[in-house]
Design a protein around this ligand. Structure first.
Ligand code: AKG
Ligand code: FE2
Length: 216
């Protein structure tokens, strides 16, 4: 087997995964990734990671927290945006400035996001195909901006039909994906994490941030 370290990272640049889904590989350099991971440790210290339980009564494999005015939560099986952490009852911490800077650079949206959802993928964690559709009709003109840190992930994206064709790609640490336009309501998910293949986060794992405008 070849040493993955010998395979060069793909060049930085824009790639359209699907209409309106713009991937910028290597958008954040190593120092920016490390600084962001540190800022997220502070977020998780203030707003502890949770394991949401789906409407079907199954705990998700991903652990989550949030920053910003609102956080995405599952309350008694219902998906909602809440101003408070469901366990501490406290407001979510502010979105770290370097995260807001990414939003300003790629979103094309004049206002800051209301929510920075933080997903933590440990070994074996995944996220099934879904649409980000709880933000309210009036929010769908704004993209969802996703930032990946840590171990690579196999990410899948399709169109707005659940059973339509999909394609997959690897998202690596420092990659930024904006899902806007025709892809704002596209089905997407994470098939698997290449656990331990990144070297940003000690002990392995992946952090994903999604920045969202919420008008629900
Ligand atoms: O982890 C990812 O890359 C995607 C996360 C996602 O789709 C979500 O949080 O809604
Ligand atoms: Fe999503």
């Amino acid at each position: 087997m070849s040493d993955p370290k010998l395979i060069p990272d793909p060049p930085a640049g824009k790639e359209e995964l699907a209409p309106g889904a713009i991937l910028r590989r290597g958008f954040l350099d190593r120092a920016a990734q490390a600084a962001m991971a540190d800022a997220l440790r502070d977020v998780a210290a203030e707003a502890p990671l949770l394991r949401p339980v789906t409407a079907w009564g199954r705990p998700m494999s991903v652990r989550m927290t949030a920053a910003g005015r609102l956080g995405w939560v599952i309350e008694r099986g219902r998906y909602a945006y809440s101003p408070r952490h469901p366990e501490t009852g406290r407001r979510w911490p502010p979105i770290p400035e370097p995260v807001l800077a990414v939003w300003r650079a790629v979103s094309g949206w004049p206002e800051p996001p209301d929510c920075c959802l933080v997903n933590w993928y440990g070994e074996g964690a995944r996220m099934g195909l879904h649409r980000d559709a709880d933000e309210g009709e009036a929010a769908f003109a704004a993209p969802v901006v996703s930032i990946s840190l840590g171990d690579p992930a196999r990410f899948r994206i399709g169109g707005t039909e659940r059973r339509g064709p999909t394609r997959s790609t690897i998202l690596r640490s420092g990659d930024v994906l904006a899902m806007g336009g025709a892809s704002r309501l596209a089905y997407h998910g994470v098939d698997r994490i290449l656990f331990g293949e990144g070297d940003l986060l000690p002990g392995g794992g992946r952090l994903n941030l999604t920045l969202r405008v919420v008008r629900a």
